[in-house]
Design a protein around this ligand. Structure first.
Ligand SMILES: Cc1ncc(COP(=O)(O)O)c(C=O)c1O
Length: 309
Protein backbone atom coordinates (compact mmCIF):
# COMPACT_ATOMS: atom_id res chain seq x y z
CA UNK A 1 0.00 0.00 0.00
CA UNK A 2 1.25 3.51 -0.68
CA UNK A 3 2.12 5.51 2.43
CA UNK A 4 -0.09 8.45 3.25
CA UNK A 5 0.61 11.17 5.80
CA UNK A 6 -1.97 13.03 7.85
CA UNK A 7 -4.21 15.12 5.58
CA UNK A 8 -3.74 18.87 5.88
CA UNK A 9 -6.14 21.76 5.46
CA UNK A 10 -6.83 20.96 1.78
CA UNK A 11 -9.14 18.11 2.67
CA UNK A 12 -8.64 14.89 0.79
CA UNK A 13 -6.49 16.15 -2.08
CA UNK A 14 -3.14 14.43 -2.49
CA UNK A 15 0.25 14.94 -4.09
CA UNK A 16 3.01 12.54 -5.09
CA UNK A 17 6.39 14.09 -5.85
CA UNK A 18 8.43 11.99 -8.27
CA UNK A 19 12.00 11.18 -7.31
CA UNK A 20 13.08 11.00 -10.96
CA UNK A 21 10.63 12.61 -13.36
CA UNK A 22 12.74 12.25 -16.51
CA UNK A 23 13.19 8.89 -18.20
CA UNK A 24 16.69 7.43 -18.20
CA UNK A 25 18.11 7.20 -21.74
CA UNK A 26 17.61 3.42 -21.92
CA UNK A 27 14.04 3.29 -20.53
CA UNK A 28 11.26 2.41 -22.99
CA UNK A 29 9.37 5.16 -24.82
CA UNK A 30 5.91 3.90 -23.80
CA UNK A 31 4.72 3.66 -20.21
CA UNK A 32 5.90 0.40 -18.63
CA UNK A 33 4.24 -1.35 -15.67
CA UNK A 34 4.75 0.38 -12.32
CA UNK A 35 8.19 -0.08 -10.75
CA UNK A 36 8.85 -1.83 -7.46
CA UNK A 37 9.10 1.25 -5.21
CA UNK A 38 5.81 2.59 -3.92
CA UNK A 39 5.49 6.36 -4.37
CA UNK A 40 4.95 8.39 -1.19
CA UNK A 41 1.52 10.01 -1.13
CA UNK A 42 1.30 13.34 0.71
CA UNK A 43 -1.58 15.62 1.54
CA UNK A 44 -1.66 18.75 -0.60
CA UNK A 45 -0.75 20.90 2.41
CA UNK A 46 2.40 18.87 3.09
CA UNK A 47 3.85 18.61 -0.42
CA UNK A 48 6.58 21.12 -1.26
CA UNK A 49 7.98 22.46 -4.54
CA UNK A 50 11.13 24.61 -4.38
CA UNK A 51 10.66 28.32 -5.00
CA UNK A 52 13.44 28.23 -7.62
CA UNK A 53 11.79 25.49 -9.64
CA UNK A 54 11.33 26.82 -13.19
CA UNK A 55 7.67 25.79 -13.04
CA UNK A 56 7.25 28.41 -10.32
CA UNK A 57 9.51 31.15 -11.68
CA UNK A 58 8.81 30.79 -15.44
CA UNK A 59 5.89 28.42 -15.92
CA UNK A 60 8.50 26.40 -17.83
CA UNK A 61 6.97 22.95 -17.95
CA UNK A 62 4.02 20.95 -19.19
CA UNK A 63 1.04 19.22 -17.63
CA UNK A 64 -1.95 16.97 -18.13
CA UNK A 65 -5.34 16.85 -16.38
CA UNK A 66 -6.94 13.41 -16.47
CA UNK A 67 -10.48 12.51 -15.47
CA UNK A 68 -11.00 9.48 -13.24
CA UNK A 69 -14.58 8.21 -13.26
CA UNK A 70 -15.52 5.73 -10.51
CA UNK A 71 -11.81 4.93 -10.16
CA UNK A 72 -11.36 4.43 -13.92
CA UNK A 73 -8.83 6.62 -15.76
CA UNK A 74 -10.26 8.18 -18.92
CA UNK A 75 -7.94 8.01 -21.94
CA UNK A 76 -4.81 7.55 -19.81
CA UNK A 77 -2.66 6.43 -22.75
CA UNK A 78 -3.61 9.50 -24.80
CA UNK A 79 -2.79 11.78 -21.86
CA UNK A 80 0.61 10.16 -21.30
CA UNK A 81 1.40 10.42 -25.01
CA UNK A 82 0.39 14.10 -25.02
CA UNK A 83 2.56 14.80 -21.96
CA UNK A 84 5.52 13.35 -23.85
CA UNK A 85 4.59 15.33 -26.98
CA UNK A 86 4.33 18.63 -25.05
CA UNK A 87 7.65 17.91 -23.31
CA UNK A 88 9.32 17.31 -26.69
CA UNK A 89 7.94 20.62 -28.01
CA UNK A 90 9.63 22.38 -25.05
CA UNK A 91 12.91 20.45 -25.56
CA UNK A 92 12.48 18.93 -22.10
CA UNK A 93 14.02 15.53 -21.37
CA UNK A 94 11.69 12.63 -22.08
CA UNK A 95 9.36 12.24 -19.05
CA UNK A 96 9.31 8.89 -17.23
CA UNK A 97 5.75 7.95 -18.18
CA UNK A 98 5.88 4.75 -16.10
CA UNK A 99 6.77 6.77 -13.00
CA UNK A 100 3.96 9.27 -13.70
CA UNK A 101 1.48 6.45 -14.23
CA UNK A 102 2.55 4.64 -11.04
CA UNK A 103 2.25 7.86 -9.05
CA UNK A 104 -1.18 8.60 -10.54
CA UNK A 105 -2.45 5.11 -9.71
CA UNK A 106 -1.04 5.24 -6.16
CA UNK A 107 -2.65 8.67 -5.63
CA UNK A 108 -6.06 7.52 -6.84
CA UNK A 109 -5.86 4.37 -4.68
CA UNK A 110 -5.05 6.48 -1.62
CA UNK A 111 -7.66 9.17 -2.30
CA UNK A 112 -11.04 9.20 -0.62
CA UNK A 113 -13.28 7.52 -3.21
CA UNK A 114 -15.35 9.96 -5.25
CA UNK A 115 -17.45 9.56 -8.42
CA UNK A 116 -15.10 11.92 -10.26
CA UNK A 117 -11.47 12.74 -9.52
CA UNK A 118 -9.05 14.87 -11.49
CA UNK A 119 -5.43 13.77 -11.71
CA UNK A 120 -2.84 16.33 -12.77
CA UNK A 121 0.58 15.31 -14.04
CA UNK A 122 3.06 18.19 -13.81
CA UNK A 123 6.48 18.09 -15.41
CA UNK A 124 8.92 20.98 -15.04
CA UNK A 125 12.38 21.86 -16.29
CA UNK A 126 13.25 21.73 -12.59
CA UNK A 127 15.41 23.84 -10.35
CA UNK A 128 17.26 26.59 -12.20
CA UNK A 129 20.78 25.42 -13.02
CA UNK A 130 20.33 21.91 -11.61
CA UNK A 131 19.77 20.24 -14.98
CA UNK A 132 17.21 17.78 -13.55
CA UNK A 133 13.55 17.85 -14.50
CA UNK A 134 11.04 17.69 -11.68
CA UNK A 135 7.58 16.18 -11.65
CA UNK A 136 4.64 15.65 -9.39
CA UNK A 137 1.09 14.35 -9.51
CA UNK A 138 -1.96 15.86 -7.85
CA UNK A 139 -5.17 13.94 -7.16
CA UNK A 140 -8.10 16.31 -6.69
CA UNK A 141 -11.80 15.90 -6.10
CA UNK A 142 -13.53 17.14 -9.24
CA UNK A 143 -16.08 19.96 -8.95
CA UNK A 144 -19.75 19.26 -9.69
CA UNK A 145 -20.22 19.96 -13.42
CA UNK A 146 -23.81 18.68 -13.51
CA UNK A 147 -25.48 21.98 -14.40
CA UNK A 148 -23.05 22.80 -17.25
CA UNK A 149 -23.39 19.30 -18.68
CA UNK A 150 -27.19 19.32 -18.62
CA UNK A 151 -28.18 22.97 -19.16
CA UNK A 152 -25.21 24.14 -21.20
CA UNK A 153 -22.75 27.03 -20.99
CA UNK A 154 -22.67 30.57 -22.38
CA UNK A 155 -19.67 31.14 -24.61
CA UNK A 156 -18.05 34.13 -26.28
CA UNK A 157 -15.62 34.01 -29.19
CA UNK A 158 -12.34 35.86 -28.56
CA UNK A 159 -9.44 36.64 -30.88
CA UNK A 160 -6.33 34.63 -29.98
CA UNK A 161 -4.20 37.09 -31.90
CA UNK A 162 -2.32 34.46 -33.91
CA UNK A 163 -2.90 33.28 -37.46
CA UNK A 164 -4.24 29.74 -37.93
CA UNK A 165 -0.84 28.59 -39.28
CA UNK A 166 1.13 29.82 -36.24
CA UNK A 167 2.34 26.30 -35.33
CA UNK A 168 4.20 26.13 -38.67
CA UNK A 169 5.37 29.76 -38.91
CA UNK A 170 6.45 30.29 -35.26
CA UNK A 171 6.79 26.95 -33.43
CA UNK A 172 8.70 28.67 -30.59
CA UNK A 173 5.39 30.16 -29.45
CA UNK A 174 4.55 26.60 -28.35
CA UNK A 175 0.95 26.73 -29.52
CA UNK A 176 -0.31 23.17 -29.25
CA UNK A 177 1.85 22.27 -26.23
CA UNK A 178 0.07 21.98 -22.88
CA UNK A 179 2.46 24.25 -21.02
CA UNK A 180 2.23 25.35 -17.39
CA UNK A 181 1.81 28.97 -18.59
CA UNK A 182 -1.99 29.22 -18.45
CA UNK A 183 -2.10 32.89 -17.39
CA UNK A 184 -3.42 33.89 -20.85
CA UNK A 185 -6.08 31.15 -20.78
CA UNK A 186 -7.19 32.30 -17.33
CA UNK A 187 -7.29 35.94 -18.49
CA UNK A 188 -9.54 34.93 -21.39
CA UNK A 189 -11.92 33.23 -18.96
CA UNK A 190 -12.05 36.40 -16.85
CA UNK A 191 -12.83 38.39 -20.02
CA UNK A 192 -15.68 35.93 -20.71
CA UNK A 193 -17.01 36.52 -17.19
CA UNK A 194 -16.87 40.29 -17.75
CA UNK A 195 -19.01 39.73 -20.85
CA UNK A 196 -21.51 37.63 -18.88
CA UNK A 197 -20.34 34.28 -20.26
CA UNK A 198 -18.93 31.07 -18.79
CA UNK A 199 -16.34 30.14 -21.37
CA UNK A 200 -14.47 31.08 -24.53
CA UNK A 201 -13.87 29.82 -28.05
CA UNK A 202 -10.65 31.27 -29.45
CA UNK A 203 -10.63 32.33 -33.10
CA UNK A 204 -7.42 32.92 -35.07
CA UNK A 205 -6.59 36.46 -36.23
CA UNK A 206 -7.48 35.32 -39.77
CA UNK A 207 -10.90 33.96 -38.78
CA UNK A 208 -10.58 30.24 -38.09
CA UNK A 209 -12.11 28.52 -35.04
CA UNK A 210 -9.40 27.15 -32.73
CA UNK A 211 -10.24 25.81 -29.23
CA UNK A 212 -11.36 26.90 -25.79
CA UNK A 213 -8.83 27.98 -23.13
CA UNK A 214 -9.27 24.52 -21.55
CA UNK A 215 -11.42 22.64 -24.06
CA UNK A 216 -11.90 21.33 -27.59
CA UNK A 217 -14.70 22.55 -29.88
CA UNK A 218 -17.09 20.06 -31.50
CA UNK A 219 -19.72 21.21 -34.01
CA UNK A 220 -22.66 19.26 -35.40
CA UNK A 221 -23.77 19.83 -38.99
CA UNK A 222 -26.57 17.39 -39.79
CA UNK A 223 -25.21 13.93 -39.07
CA UNK A 224 -21.57 15.04 -39.31
CA UNK A 225 -19.48 16.12 -36.34
CA UNK A 226 -16.48 18.40 -36.87
CA UNK A 227 -13.59 19.55 -34.72
CA UNK A 228 -10.83 22.05 -35.61
CA UNK A 229 -7.74 20.52 -37.20
CA UNK A 230 -4.91 19.83 -34.76
CA UNK A 231 -2.33 21.49 -37.06
CA UNK A 232 -3.81 24.89 -36.07
CA UNK A 233 -1.62 25.23 -32.98
CA UNK A 234 -4.22 23.68 -30.69
CA UNK A 235 -4.20 20.67 -28.38
CA UNK A 236 -5.29 17.28 -29.65
CA UNK A 237 -8.18 16.78 -27.20
CA UNK A 238 -8.37 13.42 -25.45
CA UNK A 239 -12.05 13.94 -24.58
CA UNK A 240 -12.80 14.84 -28.20
CA UNK A 241 -11.02 11.64 -29.28
CA UNK A 242 -13.14 9.56 -26.88
CA UNK A 243 -16.33 11.30 -28.05
CA UNK A 244 -15.44 10.83 -31.74
CA UNK A 245 -14.85 7.12 -31.02
CA UNK A 246 -18.33 6.99 -29.45
CA UNK A 247 -19.88 8.91 -32.37
CA UNK A 248 -18.29 6.43 -34.76
CA UNK A 249 -19.86 3.55 -32.81
CA UNK A 250 -23.21 5.36 -33.06
CA UNK A 251 -22.80 5.53 -36.85
CA UNK A 252 -22.05 9.26 -37.24
CA UNK A 253 -19.39 10.77 -39.50
CA UNK A 254 -16.58 12.68 -37.79
CA UNK A 255 -13.81 14.84 -39.23
CA UNK A 256 -11.19 17.47 -38.47
CA UNK A 257 -11.85 20.67 -40.43
CA UNK A 258 -11.13 24.34 -40.96
CA UNK A 259 -14.19 25.99 -39.46
CA UNK A 260 -15.20 29.64 -39.80
CA UNK A 261 -16.95 31.20 -36.77
CA UNK A 262 -20.20 31.76 -38.74
CA UNK A 263 -20.62 27.99 -38.93
CA UNK A 264 -20.79 27.75 -35.12
CA UNK A 265 -23.91 29.91 -34.91
CA UNK A 266 -25.53 28.08 -37.85
CA UNK A 267 -24.68 24.59 -36.53
CA UNK A 268 -27.03 21.87 -35.30
CA UNK A 269 -25.20 21.64 -31.99
CA UNK A 270 -22.04 22.94 -30.36
CA UNK A 271 -20.11 21.44 -27.43
CA UNK A 272 -16.93 22.16 -25.50
CA UNK A 273 -15.10 19.00 -24.44
CA UNK A 274 -12.48 18.61 -21.72
CA UNK A 275 -11.20 16.06 -19.23
CA UNK A 276 -12.83 17.56 -16.12
CA UNK A 277 -16.19 18.81 -17.37
CA UNK A 278 -16.23 16.17 -20.14
CA UNK A 279 -19.09 17.38 -22.41
CA UNK A 280 -20.73 20.79 -22.08
CA UNK A 281 -23.29 21.87 -24.69
CA UNK A 282 -23.16 25.55 -25.65
CA UNK A 283 -26.53 27.21 -24.98
CA UNK A 284 -25.49 30.76 -25.94
CA UNK A 285 -22.85 32.01 -28.35
CA UNK A 286 -21.89 35.70 -28.37
CA UNK A 287 -25.26 36.55 -26.83
CA UNK A 288 -27.34 34.45 -29.26
CA UNK A 289 -29.24 31.45 -27.98
CA UNK A 290 -28.29 28.02 -29.34
CA UNK A 291 -30.49 24.95 -29.05
CA UNK A 292 -29.24 22.32 -26.59
CA UNK A 293 -30.06 18.72 -27.41
CA UNK A 294 -30.08 17.27 -23.89
CA UNK A 295 -31.19 13.85 -25.01
CA UNK A 296 -28.38 13.52 -27.52
CA UNK A 297 -25.80 14.87 -25.06
CA UNK A 298 -26.97 12.23 -22.57
CA UNK A 299 -26.55 9.51 -25.21
CA UNK A 300 -23.00 10.73 -25.87
CA UNK A 301 -22.17 10.70 -22.15
CA UNK A 302 -23.38 7.18 -21.81
CA UNK A 303 -21.66 5.93 -24.98
CA UNK A 304 -18.33 7.72 -24.40
CA UNK A 305 -17.95 7.51 -20.60
CA UNK A 306 -20.62 5.09 -19.31
CA UNK A 307 -22.10 7.98 -17.29
CA UNK A 308 -25.73 8.90 -16.80
CA UNK A 309 -26.27 12.60 -17.26
C1 LIG B 1 -6.05 24.56 -24.49
C2 LIG B 1 -6.81 23.27 -24.32
N1 LIG B 1 -7.43 22.72 -25.40
C3 LIG B 1 -8.12 21.57 -25.28
C4 LIG B 1 -8.24 20.92 -24.06
C5 LIG B 1 -9.06 19.67 -23.96
O1 LIG B 1 -8.22 18.55 -23.82
P1 LIG B 1 -8.67 17.26 -23.04
O2 LIG B 1 -9.97 16.84 -23.59
O3 LIG B 1 -7.60 16.29 -23.34
O4 LIG B 1 -8.77 17.62 -21.60
C6 LIG B 1 -7.60 21.44 -22.94
C7 LIG B 1 -7.68 20.76 -21.65
O5 LIG B 1 -7.38 21.28 -20.61
C8 LIG B 1 -6.87 22.65 -23.06
O6 LIG B 1 -6.26 23.20 -22.02
Amino acid sequence: MPTRSTPGSDGDDLVIVLEHAAASPDSPVAAAPAGSREPEVLSQAEARIRVDDLAVTRGDGVFESIGVLEGRFVELERHLARLAHSAAMLDLPRPDLAAFEAAARAGVAAHQPAPELLVKLLYSRGIEGADAASGWVQVLTGPDHGASRRDGIRVVTLDRGYRHDIAQTAPWLLQGAKTLSYAVNKAALREAARRGADDVIFVSSDGIVLEGPTSTVVVREGDAFLTPRTDLGILAGTTQAAVFDALGRLGYATAEALIEPERLAASDGLWLLSSGRLIAPVCELDGHELAVDREFTAVLFEKAFGLTL
